[in-house]
Each structure stands twice: as C-alpha cells, then as structure tokens.
Design a protein around this ligand. Structure first.
Ligand code: COA
Length: 349
C-alpha cells in the first residue's frame, strides 16, 4: 500500500520582531490584554519591500526540498496555500515555479485560509497515493502585515496575526508504519461573512449588508475596490472573534476525534497534536477536551502570532527541529478558520 510521507520540512520567519508593546504605540491596546486573550507575546513582520508571501514561501521550500535530498527541479507538482497572495491573480504557485526555476510543473493555489495547509496536504496526498506525482511541494505562507488595520478600529484582528512560511515535500512510501493515514476536510459556509475580507471582490453587497447599504450603487456594483470601500475599512479583514472562538472549540475536537476513530486510534496514542495556532486559549481548551498532556501538544503562537496557512507547517517544523518528533510517531494536524472550514490529518512520521 502506498502512502505519502513527509520527506522534508522547512520554515521561514522574517527578521522584524514586533512585540505587543510595539503595537500599543500604534493603537489602543496593551501587552496584558493581548497576552491574556490570545497568549501572543510577539510576532514577526516581513520586510515591506523586499519580502512577499511568495518569496517567504520559497525560502521555506528551499529548506524542505534540501532536507528531502532533492533539488527544485525534482519537484513534479506544487501546491501553495495563502490568504495574502502577492497578486489578486495569478496565485503564488506560479511565482514559486518561476523563482525556484522548476520544470513546467502544475502549480495549484489553495484558498482555505487557516485551514489551507491541511486542505493542500490532503490534495497532495491523493496525488501521491494514486501514483500521479512522486515529489510534491506543499507551501503555506502569509504576509499579513501588509493588509492589517493598525488603527484602534482594527485592533481585535491586527494584534493576532504574524508573517511567516512553512513547507513540506511529500513522497510515496510503502512502509507500514509511516505516512499520512487519513485526512478529513469540512466546511460550513453559513458563517462565511463572520471572518472575511470582503474587498476586492465581486459580491456587490449581495452577501454583505453590514454597513454597506449606503454605498453608491454604481460605484460599489462595478468595482473591485473603491474609495468608499477603503473609507469603510472594507479592504481589511473583518472578524467576529467570539463567534469564531465558539465554533473553533467545537470543531477542533470533533475533527481530531474523526481522524483517530477512522484509524481505530485514541487520543492517548498521539505523540503530538498540532492545532492551527489561532489563539492559545483555543489550543489549550482543545488540549483539555482531548485529555492530552503538555508534552503531547506543540504551541508556538506566543512567538509568532497566528500565521494562518503557515501556522501548522511552522509548528510542525519547529517541533521536529526541537527533537519532539521521531520516526514512526503518531501526529495529528488540526485546523479551523474562515469559511468556516476545518480539517485534520493523521500521520506517522
Ligand atoms: N486590545 C484591547 N482591547 C481590545 C482589543 C485589543 N487588541 N481587541 C478588542 N478589544 C476590546 C473590544 O473592543 C471589546 O471592548 P468593549 O467591551 O468595550 O466593547 C473588548 O475588548 C472585548 O472584545 P471581544 O471581541 O468580546 O473580546 P474577546 O474576549 O472575544 O477576545 C479575541 C477577542 C479576538 C481575542 C477572541 O474573540 C478570539 O481569539 N477569537 C478567535 C479568533 C481567532 O481565532 N481567529 C483566527 C481564526 S482562525
């Protein structure tokens, strides 16, 4: 039986450290509030000019590819997950194909926000298992700092997010005790507007009525982006934090249990659970619900903030670099985010 194994993993964190106190100089917030509600102490921001979501993704990819014992020319398919792409279109995948001078391989972009990496991993897994591709590069990368509202108006979101990238190379293995056992993906679009960036977009207020009713019909109906949208901060993400929190703490345990049950395993079999680093309080609640010890989870949101599609591969890479993961260990990756979308992947390292 063929499964996909992680043959190489890498991460990239930009240099610019931004503490909670740094943010409190830009908006009405405090280190105490941010740490108490989210667990975050600091995060890193990309260089505004020199670094993009694609270039950070390439940095992480270079490490993953080299650790897999490959060169970029050996990769035969790539998948890029992000919510902060370099361009509205084309996606970041082709920029990586160009930047790493890869062959003319397929480059797929995934738009599943915080769930993006597990969605991407799931797609890659199917290609590997069916024998379609042998070396698939999966990247999650975000440059949030370029699109946040750093005034007090945006403080509930801006304090949470950070920049960074993670990447893995998937390869086939026939070993019984290695590889991805299963992936589980879900969505519920009922609350799509509760965690979203509405513009640029083509909705013309069809779905979004909050504060937009007074928009000029012609302007709003015919443009991706208008001055009025910018005046109303529609070019920044919107989040109903408490609603996200409530749904996340239900869906995380549910989808982790789904993965374990599908494979006849239980939580105590886990060497490590890596949840999307949305909020330390959410991760701690999930740990408690799953009855896991501290050494069975890896959280790093304190250092990096929420890096959305990059958070799971960064946490996985860091845990591996710290020696927390050994060959054959059972690992569960679990994600939840905008959409709402959620999912899990259960694997043996
Ligand atoms: N600093 C200081 N005060 C802030 C603040 C900040 N950065 N952000 C919001 N506040 C204020 C609010 O304005 C509100 O003030 P009010 O009571 O005077 O109206 C108060 O804090 C409480 O706001 P609320 O949104 O109810 O706080 P909360 O306890 O729910 O915490 C989040 C806010 C965003 C930290 C929390 O809801 C959360 O983490 N939700 C999940 C978000 C998430 O995981 N997103 C990623 C999805 S993958």
């Amino acid at each position: 039986m063929i499964r996909s194994k992680i043959a190489g993993i890498g991460m990239y964190i930009p240099d610019k450290l931004v503490t909670n106190n740094d943010l409190s100089k830009m908006m009405d917030t405090t280190d105490e509030w941010i740490q108490e509600r989210t667990g975050i102490r600091e995060r890193y921001y990309a260089d505004r000019k020199a670094e993009t979501t694609a270039t950070m993704g390439m940095e992480a990819a270079r490490v993953a590819i080299q650790r897999a014992g490959l060169t970029p020319q050996d990769i035969d398919f790539l998948i890029f997950a992000t919510l902060s792409p370099d361009y509205y279109f084309p996606g970041c995948g082709v920029l990586v194909q160009r930047g790493l001078q890869m062959k003319e391989i397929g480059a797929l972009d995934i738009r599943n926000q915080c769930s993006g990496f597990v969605y991407a991993l799931s797609v890659a897994d199917q290609y590997v298992k069916t024998g379609t591709y042998k070396n698939i590069l999966v990247i999650g990368s975000e440059k949030h700092s370029f699109g946040l509202d750093f005034s007090t108006r945006g403080r509930n979101i801006s304090v949470i997010f950070g920049d960074g990238a993670g990447a893995v190379v998937l390869q086939p293995t026939e070993k019984e005790d290695q590889g991805i056992l299963s992936t589980h993906l879900h969505s519920d679009g009922e609350s799509a507007e509760l965690l979203a960036m509405y513009n640029p977009g083509t909705h013309a207020n069809h779905w979004v009525d909050r504060e937009l009713a007074d928009f000029d019909e012609a302007e709003n109906g015919q443009m991706f982006m208008s001055h009025a949208m910018i005046d109303k901060a529609q070019n920044f993400p919107f989040m109903d934090g408490p609603a996200v929190f409530k749904k996340a703490v239900v869906k995380f345990p549910e989808v982790i249990m789904e993965a374990l049950t599908a494979n006849g395993l239980v939580a105590s079999d886990l060497r490590l659970l890596i949840t999307h680093q949305a909020n330390l309080r959410i991760s701690q609640y999930v740990q408690h619900m799953m009855n896991l010890r501290d050494d069975q989870v890896h959280n790093n949101i304190q250092k990096y903030g929420n890096t959305t599609a990059a958070s799971v591969p960064i946490a996985l890479c860091e845990a591996w670099e710290e020696g927390k993961i050994k060959r054959g260990d059972l690992i569960c990756l679990a994600v939840f985010g905008s959409g709402f979308t959620w999912g899990s992947a259960l694997l043996r390292w």
